[in-house]
Design a protein around this ligand. Structure first.
Ligand SMILES: C[S@@+](CC[C@H](N)C(=O)[O-])C[C@H]1O[C@@H](n2cnc3c(N)ncnc32)[C@H](O)[C@@H]1O
Length: 229
């Protein structure tokens, strides 16, 4: 199965791109090194992808970010670094089993106060935000949790994100399965969920789209400023 993430790949071009553009703080490097010792390290967000999402967060002057799927906390850390001091990353996961590895690096970076870790099924948390009247108040969302729920996460994030905000959906190439028909990890439901969402996003007029072949695929959905979602 191809490993498309740059920290797994011995592909010369990936290496070159990392050498010439990756900017990580000491804490980010530490979190990545600690995570790479973990048996499930394939879940770690690709650093080139996370650098792009952090740059988008800065560019749109985001203050409220949704991080759907935390693992050891690399995406939450990069978003928190990009946010101003009064910004907040709402980091959603069902377990803190993995984030225990990353938390010391949040502290080392001095951004822990910008991360609100919420331990519950992410759909429940997103529904609570909607019920609390927070629709249209978030600036940016990074979707990177269980793939069968991707479409549900997308729909809820589309409600929660403001016009002109961005939803970044990770793993939309899913180990090349979208083109070679493979079933990564034998999980049919996961492979189908990615393909079905890709099909839907192509013609979704509520967003403008850029589908990037970096990492394991990153789809950027720019919430349309001119139509109601
Ligand atoms: C791919 S990892 C996230 C990687 C992380 N974004 C990063 O940059 O390293 C997926 C995470 O989603 C979490 N997850 C799985 N199902 C979930 C659910 N229903 N609700 C919330 N989190 C879930 C897992 O516990 C895991 O930590």
């Amino acid at each position: 199965m191809p490993q498309l993430k740059c920290f797994k790949d011995d592909n010369a071009l990936n290496k070159y791109v990392m050498e010439k553009s990756l900017r990580q703080t000491k804490a980010q490097k530490g979190l990545m090194e600690a995570t790479l010792k973990h048996p499930d390290n394939i879940m770690l967000g690709d650093p080139i992808v996370l650098q792009l999402t952090a740059n988008l967060i800065r560019t749109i002057k985001a203050k409220k970010v949704l991080d759907v799927g935390v693992y050891t906390g690399a995406s939450a850390l990069s978003a928190a670094i990009a946010l101003p001091d009064d910004g907040k990353v709402f980091a959603l996961d069902i377990t803190d089993e993995y984030v225990k590895i990353g938390r010391p690096f949040w502290k080392e970076e001095g951004i822990e106060h910008k991360i609100d870790l919420i331990l519950a099924p992410a759909l429940e948390t997103l529904d609570k935000f909607i019920a609390n009247g927070e629709s249209g108040t978030f600036d940016f969302a990074f979707i990177d949790a269980d793939k069968p729920n991707y479409d549900n996460y997308y729909e809820k994030c589309l409600i929660l994100i403001r016009s002109g905000g961005i939803i970044a959906i990770d793993n939309t190439i899913w180990h090349n399965s979208v083109v070679d028909g493979s079933i990564p990890y034998g999980m049919v439901e996961w492979a189908n969920a990615i393909k079905e969402l890709n099909d839907k996003l192509k013609d979704d007029q509520r967003i403008n789209i850029s589908y990037l072949t970096i990492g394991d695929g990153l789809t950027l959905c720019f919430k349309n400023c001119y139509t109601e979602c």
